[in-house]
Design a protein around this ligand. Structure first.
Ligand code: AGP
Length: 372
């Protein structure tokens, strides 16, 4: 009913709007007054976490994209090697696991069969499994050694939005916590990022306030066949997520690429008026990759692409090459997906509406996939 949707036309719109609160709720009570993380609920003793020599993340779909982003954070802040794998592939390839491997299973529903089978397999090999999950008491957390719940609240729309943002928050918390427990040379940076994270829901709110031009743009693209998404570093999984949202909701062909791969093949796809969304990393952080992405935008535009550029406020280098410019607030490099994903959700939702698709219940899809 309309009341359940809180006055919005679709649950998806309501859930997109709830993201600042979902992010804040997922942080609530997990950062103490001194700015340290208190994840007591992760009932894996610090001694065991200090011995971990490999992290393996398993998940499906959007949760898998959260895992891809987590890898950048975990390896940077903890120096522990981290692999991320689609749960459906992991189980059947005889993965190398042992008691020093920490497996992280990410799932909104906690009932995804592929992810459940992957975690069972990991536990059989003696690995500890930490679930990141949004559904209290569901099967995946019940079968795991520990759980860090995301507090997105119930997600009804099939396309995941607020659950994804809270999965990212949970992944950052785990990465920072592992860094804190193990004590790395990044101690000061970890403290700074915990502080930035505690303010990040305001940045998500600011993005939501500026989405009207994105909706307008989406409506003008309703008759397109293909949209490409490019990103680099943590912007690469954001590009994959933007493409997945568009497939699910708009039933359009969409693909995400690592921007650095462009010249190894995908640039051949660029043609006159093809919409290409580019997620631009902060010019302050790794300025080398920022500059490389700016030249990618220049290259594809020279070949006629219609460039839709998502870039940090104050990033002037992109302006000459952006047919459409979407501004996002400045954040630490690794946290950018929390703000960069939001315009892509809005974009896909609006395109679905413009094409007359059922936003909350896309064809052929189920909210949780309980078969392998
Ligand atoms: C996201 O928009 C999708 N509907 C889908 O990819 C989903 O993220 C995936 O099936 C995993 O679900 P889970 O998080 O409940 O395990």
């Amino acid at each position: 009913s309309a009341a359940e949707k809180g006055g919005y036309d679709y649950f998806m719109l309501k859930e997109i709007a709830e993201q600042p609160k979902a992010v804040a709720d997922t942080l609530l009570g997990r950062i103490d007054a001194s700015g340290s993380l208190t994840l007591d609920e992760v009932r894996i003793p610090p001694g065991v976490l200090r011995e971990v020599d490999k992290v393996v993340i398993v998940a499906c779909g959007t949760a898998f994209h959260a895992g891809l982003i987590a890898k950048y954070a975990i390896e940077h802040w903890t120096r522990i090697p981290c692999e991320v794998e689609l749960a459906s592939e992991f189980r059947y390839r005889d993965p190398i696991l042992d008691p020093q491997t920490l497996v992280i299973a990410i799932s909104q529903s906690g009932e995804t069969m592929d992810t459940l089978m992957a975690l069972r397999h990991a536990r059989e090999q003696g690995s500890k499994v930490l679930a990141i999950c949004n559904t209290n008491g569901s099967t995946i957390p019940r079968e795991s050694d520990a759980v860090l719940y995301t507090h997105a609240g119930p997600e009804v729309a099939v396309a995941s939005t607020k659950a994804f943002l809270t999965q990212l928050v949970a992944c950052y918390l785990v990465a920072l916590y592992l860094g804190q427990v193990r004590g790395t040379k990044w101690g000061d940076e970890i403290r700074d990022v915990i502080r930035d994270l505690s303010h990040i829901s305001g940045a998500v709110e600011r993005v939501l306030e500026t989405m009207e031009p994105v909706r307008e743009l989406a409506r003008t693209l309703a008759d397109k066949k293909t949209v490409l998404f490019l990103g680099r570093h943590v912007g690469y999984p954001v590009a994959l997520e933007g493409a997945l949202k568009l497939k699910e909701l708009a039933y359009m062909h969409a693909e995400g690429f690592a921007a650095g791969e462009l010249k190894h093949g995908p640039i051949a796809l660029i043609e006159e008026d093809l919409p290409v969304v580019v997620v631009v990393p902060s010019p302050r952080g790794r300025s080398v990759i920022h500059d490389k992405i700016v030249s990618n935008i220049q290259e594809i535009r020279a070949r006629g692409a219609r460039t839709i550029v998502i870039a940090e406020e104050g990033d002037e280098a992109v302006v000459p090459y952006a047919d459409h410019l979407v501004r996002i607030p400045a954040t630490p490099t690794l946290l950018q997906p929390l703000v960069a994903t939001v315009p892509l959700q809005v974009f896909a939702c609006e395109l679905a509406t413009a094409r007359g698709n059922e936003v909350d219940q896309p064809r052929n899809l189920a909210k949780s996939v309980t078969v392998e």
